[in-house]
Write a protein that binds this ligand. Structure first.
Ligand SMILES: NC(=O)c1ccc[n+]([C@@H]2O[C@H](COP(=O)([O-])OP(=O)(O)OC[C@H]3O[C@@H](n4cnc5c(N)ncnc54)[C@H](OP(=O)(O)O)[C@@H]3O)[C@@H](O)[C@H]2O)c1
Length: 296
């Protein structure tokens, strides 16, 4: 067991749960979650979390409430934060914006890390975020700037879209017709959540400050991803195209009621219509992921 203690914030999230599975046999971990009960149900099959042990501690904390963070990072060498407002449209009853959670919440965590004398902080932003004109990516990069000015060693991982986001296409294909924003010709190389976790773990264990842009092993147009969903279902593809302008028209109509959905619509509209191809890092294939999800 490695001596360096690692804190995983967002341990029950899509990337966080893979991080736990990848690091739990080699490192002493503290897992931050808002809900122990949710954490218990959201682990990957290879992880075994049955409660606190000598090398694993679970702590409930909300990064928006600094009082809940106090003391939790004492003695930690590295913090890995995958904390972020959800991109899942089904989790939108929580209306806090990306700026509220991704920036302000992670800033609270970073300040607590500085106070506790943590050596390294690893953060998950998004590929292309440095130059993307959307509120979601700007929130991520505002945190990156703060991290770089913090004096801590840092690791910044900027992945393309995760495989699970593309399950929307599988759902649409099941219903008979899938929609793609714009002409569908913009390319991307989506990445498996486990491969993103692997990159975060790699930077957590590396000396010095590093940034990493990563994507999956295969590049598709958006049209091809939609068609792949039909292929794995054994169906003839039926894809309709939503005008590229639509998300920009919708954002100001939605944002007064729910800023997060407004910002998400803006981001999804932007990435769907722009090339988003990062250096290949991941090993897992989207077709296999679709097939596994169908069997689950
Ligand atoms: N999805 C993509 O395609 C994509 C691409 C590039 C980058 N990213 C970024 O990668 C990061 C991780 O993504 P993910 O898909 O793993 O997200 P996720 O599954 O939604 O997990 C996010 C985690 O953040 C935690 N969290 C949210 N609000 C919190 C709060 N107030 N206090 C404490 N914890 C809080 C959640 O904790 P609970 O478990 O307690 O709810 C959850 O574990 C996000 O910042 C996301 O923007 C995503």
């Amino acid at each position: 067991m490695n001596e360096q203690k690692i804190v995983i914030a967002g341990a029950g999230g899509a990337v966080g749960k893979h991080l736990v599975a990848q690091l739990q046999d080699s490192h002493s971990l503290t897992l931050l979650t808002r809900s122990r009960a949710k954490l218990a149900t959201s682990q990957v099959a290879t992880a075994s979390i049955e409660g606190d042990t000598s090398s694993l501690r679970i702590a409930e904390a909300d990064v928006l409430r600094t009082d809940t963070l106090q003391g939790l990072l004492e003695g930690a060498h590295t913090v890995i934060s995958t904390v972020g407002a959800s991109l899942d449209l089904r989790a939108m009853s929580d209306k806090r914006s990306f700026m509220d959670v991704d920036f302000a919440g992670n800033s609270n965590l970073l300040e607590e890390a500085q106070r506790a004398g943590v050596r390294r902080f690893v953060y998950l932003s998004a590929f292309g975020a440095e130059s993307m004109p959307t509120a979601y990516t700007q929130a991520h990069e505002a945190l990156v700037r703060r991290l770089k000015a913090s004096g801590l060693e840092y690791g910044i991982v900027r992945p393309t879209g995760f495989f699970y986001v593309n399950l929307e296409f599988l759902g649409m294909a099941k219903s008979g017709v899938a929609s793609v924003i714009g002409n569908g010709r913009a390319r991307t190389n989506p990445i498996h959540e486990a491969d993103v976790a692997k990159a975060c773990a790699e930077l957590a264990l590396k000396e010095g400050s590093t940034e990493m842009n990563i994507g999956g092993p295969e590049t598709f147009t958006r049209q091809e991803i939609a068609e792949l969903a039909f292929t794995v279902l054994g169906k003839k593809p039926r894809v309709m195209h939503v005008p590229a302008l639509m998300p920009r028209v919708m954002k100001p109509l939605i944002a007064p009621f729910n800023k997060r959905i407004g910002d998400l619509v803006e981001f999804l509209g932007y990435v769907a219509t722009h090339e988003c191809v990062a250096p290949s890092y991941g090993e897992k294939r989207l077709e296999d992921y679709f097939r596994q999800q169908m069997q689950a």
